[in-house]
Design a protein around this ligand. Sequence first.
Ligand SMILES: *[C@@H]1O[C@H](CO)[C@@H](O)[C@H](O)[C@H]1NC(C)=O
Ligand SMILES: *[C@@H]1O[C@H](CO)[C@@H](O)[C@H](O)[C@H]1NC(C)=O
Ligand SMILES: *[C@@H]1O[C@H](CO)[C@@H](O)[C@H](O)[C@H]1NC(C)=O
Ligand SMILES: *[C@@H]1O[C@H](CO)[C@@H](O)[C@H](O)[C@H]1NC(C)=O
Ligand SMILES: *[C@@H]1O[C@H](CO)[C@@H](O)[C@H](O)[C@H]1NC(C)=O
Ligand SMILES: *[C@@H]1O[C@H](CO)[C@@H](O)[C@H](O)[C@H]1NC(C)=O
Ligand SMILES: *[C@@H]1O[C@H](CO)[C@@H](O)[C@H](O)[C@H]1NC(C)=O
Ligand SMILES: *[C@@H]1O[C@H](CO)[C@@H](O)[C@H](O)[C@H]1NC(C)=O
Ligand SMILES: *[C@@H]1O[C@H](CO)[C@@H](O)[C@H](O)[C@H]1NC(C)=O
Ligand SMILES: *[C@@H]1O[C@H](CO)[C@@H](O)[C@H](O)[C@H]1NC(C)=O
Length: 858
Amino acid sequence: MKTHQIFCLFVILCHILTVTSTFRYIADENITISCGSSGISTADDERDWIGDIGSKFAPTEEPNHKSNTSGAEIQGTPNAVPYMTARLSNWQFTYVFPVTPGPKFVRLYFYSASYSGFERSKDFFTVKVGSFTLLANFSASILANSSDHSDISKEFCINVDKSQKLNLTFIPFSSNYYAFINGIEIVSMPEDLYYRPHSVANGEELVPVYVGQAPQFYINDSMALEMVYRLNVGGGSISPKEDTGMFRQWSDGTDYLLSEGVNPRLVSMTLNYLYIPNYTAPDAVYLSAISMGPNSTRNLISNLTWGLPVDTGFNYLVRLHFCEIDPNISIPGVRRFTIYIDYQQADEAADVVLWTDSNYRPYFKDYVVMIRNKGESMHLLSIDLNPIDSDLCDAILNGVEVFKLSDQYGNLAGPNMVPPPLDQEPALAANESKTKKAIFIAIGIGLGIIVVLTLVCCMVLCKLKKTRRFGCCHPLAKWWCRSRLDPYKREFSRRTASSLPGELCRYFRLDEIKTACNNFDEDLIIGVGGFGNVYKGLIEQGNMMVAIKRMKQESRQGVREFLTEIEMLSQLRHVHLVSLIGYCNDGGEMILVYEYMANGTLRHHLYDTLNDPLTWKQRLQICIGAARGLHYLHTCTKHPIIHRDVKTTNILLDEKWVSKVSDFGLSKMGLDNTAVSTLVKGTWGYLDPDYARRQQLTEKSDVYSFGVVMFEVLCARKALNLKLQEEQRNLASWAQKCIDKGTISQIIDPYLTNKIASECLKVYMELAESCVRDHGIERPTMNDVMEKLEFAFELQENAEVEATKDTDLEEVSLFRVATANGAPWLESTSGTDLSTISTGLSYPSLDFVTTISITSQD
Ligand SMILES: *[C@@H]1O[C@H](CO)[C@@H](O)[C@H](O)[C@H]1NC(C)=O
Ligand SMILES: *[C@@H]1O[C@H](CO)[C@@H](O)[C@H](O)[C@H]1NC(C)=O
Ligand SMILES: *[C@@H]1O[C@H](CO)[C@@H](O)[C@H](O)[C@H]1NC(C)=O
Ligand SMILES: *[C@@H]1O[C@H](CO)[C@@H](O)[C@H](O)[C@H]1NC(C)=O
Ligand SMILES: *[C@@H]1O[C@H](CO)[C@@H](O)[C@H](O)[C@H]1NC(C)=O
Ligand SMILES: *[C@@H]1O[C@H](CO)[C@@H](O)[C@H](O)[C@H]1NC(C)=O
Ligand SMILES: *[C@@H]1O[C@H](CO)[C@@H](O)[C@H](O)[C@H]1NC(C)=O
Ligand SMILES: *[C@@H]1O[C@H](CO)[C@@H](O)[C@H](O)[C@H]1NC(C)=O
Ligand SMILES: *[C@@H]1O[C@H](CO)[C@@H](O)[C@H](O)[C@H]1NC(C)=O
Ligand SMILES: *[C@@H]1O[C@H](CO)[C@@H](O)[C@H](O)[C@H]1NC(C)=O
């Protein structure tokens, strides 16, 4: 099947799913308040929101301290209702909701903006319900700044006792600060949805397993829950309207899937809710799943892993949704797997059919796990499924919900922090699966996009000719300049639609795009990401190779935003930035066209790859190029452009090994706008700890990530590797430790042994170490980084010239292999001809590598 057929199938399927089955629970309470407005306004999803002005829901305030109301100009995608109006005050105010007893969802909607009379950044406040603290020292502007979304929503579950009212109080930090709220939603839920254990047919109760602790954990009425993740595994996001009557938002979970080569499945079947209530989750959650793929050998020695960043110091309820959707698996014992949560065994032998007696019967399992605060405020909560040797060595997961449980003080508030998505590799799973291709799943953001290049705004370069070094000397730029003069081509590139400046960025019609990539031929996919697929394509009558990035439906943004972003991107031109050739927004598509980068990502030349290793000088030059690109971003406009996601998969290499930074400025494109609205851009493992702590994004956050890249280049290992011992998982902190202990030589890429001049290594390591210093202020600027790297390159070059001279005189020194003491990798090659190991150059002083230590300056 071709991609478009699958796509149609998917659309039809979704249609069937939404039109038919999903059961809807009728909530007793279903209150939607649009704060700061009056009358009734209808949201995009056709729900009516009641204005609080003059209604029975108007808040109570302190005498003489009336709250204010204000409107906000909504930018981008969020729904106008309830985000466009707010209630604000420098003093405490309380909404009182007379509700029936029982558990309720309380959803809060914030839109961070400059409201008249209030300074945007002075919004520090606490939100309480009765005795629970939902948010403390909360600042929507901080979250908004770090996540690229001004709209923030939070969902809590609270149990209301008999004769109690639901009082929702907003308390500013002090009278110099203000509290605000745009929308409040209260929806009741069935008692056994999250609070009471549900009893299955045989009388057994589904009480959460307390992982690594007492056998069970009862969720008390006296606890409040905060929803942190709600993922539809293997399927796309599900809007509140499509939920089972409780208006829950289900997100696409691919950003958190860490395994590669997985097998997503989506089926259309009638489900049989025999063991769990039919309102537990929408059918679509159970009808899609991820499993591991056909290679049993591989499956047995690997885990299907998800990683979910969470605040530390709380218990978490982890609900895993299961449903066997393979028509061939209807008896127990076929698909069995062990479940680990947070690296602890939670279920020794999970067997979905054993639990449900048949396939197509939804089920869920609850686990509670304690995430202790060991000094770090963020923690990566992992879910690992490991197949047990049985008929089918595989595991399956359909959905995940994670809730934070209030502590003994009724507190749910963590620091003002937003979890970054994880680093993921492209996974072209379907190629592996024998069953003719399910649906390509996009894994990760960022990715191995092999993309890129330039042109477009070359016109500007041609005119300005100011960039002496790069400008029109670039062959592609020349090509572009020539093609601008060719009348046929000019006609060809004329925009047919849209409102973008055509001089800056070429407009492609959808049919041109389709011709270029053979109608989105699966075989032409060269990268897969959270945003969609990247295809290789040919334009200009087959004369020019390009990379075509097609946004998938869920990650598409508003057309206006898309065009604004393109306009910005097409103005950034630099030889070390991957630049845009054109775009297409015909037929509801959002497509970007980049020059094809022949050598792919830097990451794919470093490790877990069949590519030949890069020489040290190549690596230095790649780093220098990337540093130049970032330096340009930081300095090209009045306000620095912060990349926010510097990593080895965002550094691409052209056919001449020139490195170019990609994925800048795509701040909003890669993110699932409908997902938990507080995703930060950045990647776990590369993320500046100072940024996480202080929420202030500066150029130094890119410098930190670049330092991690430098270590990755030197050591040829992942920035974050969950398979290693805790101490070694994070490359930046492990490398720093090794530098302190003087054992860094043990983690340097074995291929580089004897190939780095000691002076060069010293400069390089000092530089990398200074980039990853804890505090931004102690880190160098990108300009410093660039200069130091160039210096390191010179040192290397000089040393190589020297070494060549030496060897002319005395060939013996070529084979002087430093080590055996500190380089375990050499042991495996002992016995082989040494000359095959050190084909490169050897430095007499290299022994120093094993003893080098760098003292940090503080
Ligand atoms: C859902 O379950 C309720 C009772 O548990 C039942 O009355 C209702 O018919 C079910 N609805 C569907 C669509 O299965
Ligand atoms: C919620 O309230 C709206 C009115 O605002 C009503 O149209 C809708 O049917 C209600 N939904 C549920 C599930 O109770
Ligand atoms: C808020 O409203 C009060 C009157 O209700 C007014 O005196 C005050 O100036 C307003 N504050 C702001 C910041 O607009
Ligand atoms: C958020 O960003 C804006 C401009 O980018 C800045 O003026 C503001 O101070 C930032 N707010 C916070 C709380 O950092
Ligand atoms: C509130 O949060 C800000 C920013 O995260 C932090 O600087 C400040 O110390 C916090 N205040 C309290 C009282 O926790
Ligand atoms: C809620 O607020 C009302 C009115 O302000 C007050 O009478 C009531 O005691 C409060 N209830 C709780 C549980 O705090
Ligand atoms: C609340 O939970 C604790 C332990 O989690 C338990 O000991 C206690 O009995 C529970 N209280 C109620 C009212 O269920
Ligand atoms: C299955 O995986 C194993 C271990 O990773 C690998 O050695 C083998 O080549 C794979 N088999 C196939 C058919 O891909
Ligand atoms: C089920 O088994 C049959 C026969 O073994 C096979 O042809 C078919 O492809 C299988 N279906 C799936 C979905 O694996
Ligand atoms: C699977 O995950 C568990 C728990 O995190 C871990 O102990 C185990 O080593 C992992 N297995 C593999 C093959 O990675």
